[in-house]
Write a protein that binds this ligand. Structure first.
Ligand code: SDX
Length: 444
């Protein structure tokens, strides 16, 4: 018997063992619901038929609810595994570039040299933004948080690309993706330059994607700017680590907005808004500020106690995750990169890194964190690297948004291509006042 036949027999046998339905018994009703299996991860119970039996399910925060089928990214939270189109994040981060990962997410396979060169050139041709867009920045206070600017400015792209795009045309959907990948670094750098009162720098397309972003962020018209290859490589790796992450809050917002047929640039603005929260992408900025606030190793116990106190809203930023109940694999790479970058930049005894490492050591040996399976997540070390390579703290979440744009738009495209996709419209459990009559005003 050949290996393949043996494998198929095993697969058939295990698929025979797989339950095909779940039976829900409600009083004298027996409701049969199909069980669906993916290629990896938990099977799901298809509850779509439940409504006609007079019941809804209740799952605020979607702790146990799948919102869609997807082929883009898979996370095994128990094992700390993250795959993009089947490739482990560690290998992608160490062996590829952000442009290669963008191509992979968008086109489902890693590019060969020729495909990568063509894709990179496609992106390069769209790095500039409309001159009118740069005038929009003047509407903001100079001290606006860069994420406040990004929410508005990214959404404003929909004013320039609306009647001229057909979201039902795959070619138009791809051009939306290319424009977003290309323009987000330009808009991100502009939001920084505006906040420090320096002139915007136009993209230089002879630089790499990440080199171009560093140029637009830190160059000025008065002097030559040379991209530091150590910083370029570290930032490119950080972009890879933030590229996509299943149906997280901001990606779900982009998909949700997309189910109404809204302009894709406006859908991305919805994602940026959701990402800004400190429970989500805003945690990288909040984490560095927390580490700076702790300041020294001897103050760590005070903050650990606060994090454990149910009456204190303080939480350890950069710790915990809805899905990972193991070390976030991105944090593993981030921690390794942190040491590499500090060494290559000859930054000795970085006080914040010492606090971070001691905080991690103490938390991971504390029963409170062990019982709740709280580990460092992607945001715990990223701020230290960004800080070391000169990215201002207020720009940390902008960097996250820039890098996650490929994940958002790939999910938006997958949703548009899904024939079973319907407008997102959750139900509710109504606990308000039952129906009553309106009393005339003299009786109120
Ligand atoms: C990102 O979803 C994604 O994939 C997101 C992301 C992506 O790439 O898109 O990975 C990016 O958002 C990473 C997470 C960044 N956020 C933070 O670092 C903020 C701090 N972390 C927490 O706010 C929290 O861990 C969440 C929001 C990340 C997850 O919250 P959950 O899943 O709703 O868990 P929970 O709040 O129900 O916590 C379970 C328990 C609670 O204690 P008990 O009620 O059981 O006593 O763990 C405690 C929480 O109080 N807890 C923490 C904690 N995180 C959870 N206690 C102290 N410090 C923390 N950081």
């Amino acid at each position: 018997m050949t290996e393949d036949v043996k494998k198929q027999e095993t697969a058939d046998a295990s698929s025979d063992k797989k339950l095909k339905t779940a039976v829900l018994t409600i009083g004298d009703q027996q409701i049969e619901l199909p069980i669906l299996y993916g290629t990896e991860g938990n099977p799901v119970i298809d509850i779509r038929a439940l409504g006609k039996h007079g019941y809804f399910t209740y799952d605020p925060g979607f702790l146990a609810t799948a919102s869609c089928q997807s082929k883009i990214t898979f996370i095994d939270g128990a094992k700390g595994v993250l795959l993009h189109r089947g490739y482990p994040i560690y290998e992608l981060a160490m062996q590829t570039s952000y442009m290669e990962v963008c191509y992979l997410l968008l086109h489902k396979e890693l590019p060969n040299r020729e495909q990568l060169s063509e894709f990179t050139n496609q992106v390069r041709r769209h790095t500039m933004v409309h001159e009118q867009l740069s005038k929009m920045f003047l509407a903001y206070r100079r001290d606006s948080h860069p994420m406040a600017i990004m929410c508005g400015i990214a959404g404003a792209l929909s004013a320039f690309y609306h009647t001229n795009i057909n979201i039902n045309d795959p070619k138009d959907r791809e051009s939306v993706a290319i424009r977003l990948i290309a323009k987000m670094p330009t808009l991100a750098a502009m939001s920084y330059k505006y906040s420090i009162g320096q002139p915007f720098m136009y993209p230089k397309n002879n630089l790499s994607y990440t080199g171009n972003f560093l140029y637009m962020m830190f160059a000025n018209p008065c002097e030559e700017y040379v991209v530091n290859p150590v910083i370029e490589k570290a930032l490119d790796r950080i972009f890879i680590l933030h590229a996509d992450h299943e149906q997280n809050a901001s990606t779900s917002c982009v998909r949700f907005a997309g189910t109404t047929g809204a302009n894709p640039f406006a859908c991305i603005a919805a994602g940026i808004a959701a990402l800004w929260g400190p429970a989500h992408g805003g945690a990288n900025e909040a984490c560095l500020r927390m580490l700076e606030n702790i300041g020294s190793i001897d103050r760590i116990p005070e903050f650990i106690a606060r994090a454990k106190d149910p009456k204190d809203p303080f939480r350890l930023m950069g710790f915990g995750h809805r899905v990972y109940k193991n070390y976030d694999p991105r944090a593993v790479v981030m921690k390794e990169t942190c040491h590499e970058v500090l060494e290559e930049l000859h930054i000795q005894n970085h006080p914040i890194l010492d606090v971070a490492m001691e905080l991690e050591r103490i938390a991971l040996s504390d029963p409170y964190f062990i019982e709740r399976k709280l580990y460092p997540n992607v945001d715990f070390y990223s701020g230290i690297i960004l800080n070391a390579i000169g990215i201002p703290t207020s720009m940390f979440t902008v960097i996250f948004a820039l890098a996650r744009t490929i994940g958002w738009i790939t999910n938006w495209i997958e949703m548009q291509e899904d024939p079973s996709s319907k407008i997102g419209r959750p139900r509710q459990l109504y606990v308000g006042v039952p129906k009553r009559e309106v009393p005339p005003i003299y009786r109120r």
